[in-house]
Ligand binder design. Structure first.
Ligand SMILES: [Zn+2]
Length: 186
């Protein structure tokens, strides 16, 4: 559990960020109309992207509510859990295309696997996951595309494309999967 600083039961305290979010949601719901959609993404696309706060996926790709699945984590890495989500996205909810988005200035480029070693030293337990840090963003996009394309669980691996989003220009740059060494390994 956390330190407790974000958990609030008292009323006299100034609002936390989560209090502000809850208030914003109440306003949102006032104007919200049930779009009447089912859970299947209208444009049959799943997007795997870094969690970076500077990437507004919907705005930057012209997406509307209900259009796509968005799967985000630190780095936009294709982990087993991302494959789980993509598998459900394709097999249960009808998506057919996969877009992978990494970006310039990613926090994972400054981390190394030492992060994991230091974490283990601090908490006395080895995490079950890799940090998945990288230095070459293009190569990491290629590796991610290869992991998706070679997954035995996915139904659709023909339309898989990878990009680097430039956080200063807002532009996507497509990465050619055929360049550079391939690595489908975990
Ligand atoms: Zn990132």
């Amino acid at each position: 559990m956390g330190s407790g600083t974000g958990t609030r039961y008292g009323r006299a305290m100034s609002p936390t960020v989560i209090d502000e979010l809850v208030r914003a949601n109440q306003k949102y719901a006032e104007n919200f109309r049930d779009p009447g959609m089912d859970a299947r993404p209208v444009r049959k696309v799943a997007i795997v992207a870094c969690m970076d706060a500077r990437i507004d996926l919907h705005a930057s790709l012209g997406l509307e509510l209900g259009d796509c699945h968005t799967i985000r984590n630190a780095g936009g890495v294709i982990t087993d859990d991302v494959i789980r989500s993509l598998t459900i996205s394709q097999r249960a909810l009808g998506t057919e295309s996969v877009v992978l988005i990494h970006h310039t200035g990613c926090g994972l480029q400054v981390l190394t696997e030492d992060f994991r070693t230091e974490l283990e030293r601090e908490v006395g337990q080895k995490p079950g996951w890799s940090v998945e840090s990288f230095t070459d963003v293009e190569q990491d996009v290629r590796q991610s595309m290869a992991r998706v394309r070679t997954s035995p669980f996915l139904l659709h691996t023909e339309d898989v494309r990878g990009f680097v989003f430039d956080v200063t220009s807002g532009l996507l740059r497509e990465i050619d999967a055929s360049e550079g060494p391939r690595d489908a390994g975990a």
